[in-house]
Design a protein around this ligand. Sequence first.
Ligand SMILES: [Zn+2]
Length: 160
Amino acid sequence: MPLIKCPDCGKSISLYCGKCPYCGRPIPHDVGTAYESAPDRDQPASKINRKKGSVLLIIAFIITFLYVVYSIWYWGGGGSTATNTWEQAGEGIAAAMVMPHLAATFIAGILNFVAMINGNRNLTLACAVLYAVSIFLFPVYFMFTAIQTLLAFIAFARKQ
Ligand SMILES: [Zn+2]
């Protein structure tokens, strides 16, 4: 049960007792309501920051998940527009070039997921670095992992 200090006598009393049992000062019900609805009222700052970081990791993971699913479909032939052998060969080379980038993104996504679940700070950093590496591996596709890189680094910075 949440306790507050009585404004008159300073003793710890329940929010919902109606009046102070020690000095009889009335405690209006809306004091309790305001206290209850105040966000993060009894959490230390570090815990709040960890929570905020987790939200960023969740967003980053969702983007990566969608991107990886799309990539598997696209490079698996779903997005193929090749009409002859030469075009198929071209697509094969393109797929081979983009593969390290996709592999880094995929592993970053896994680290992202684990860090999201257990809130580990080092995993968050590893995930952020790997997202950044995926950009360097195929800079043309930076837009697919740049947001996650940013989110993961902010998430890491907030986990103090
Ligand atoms: Zn009192």
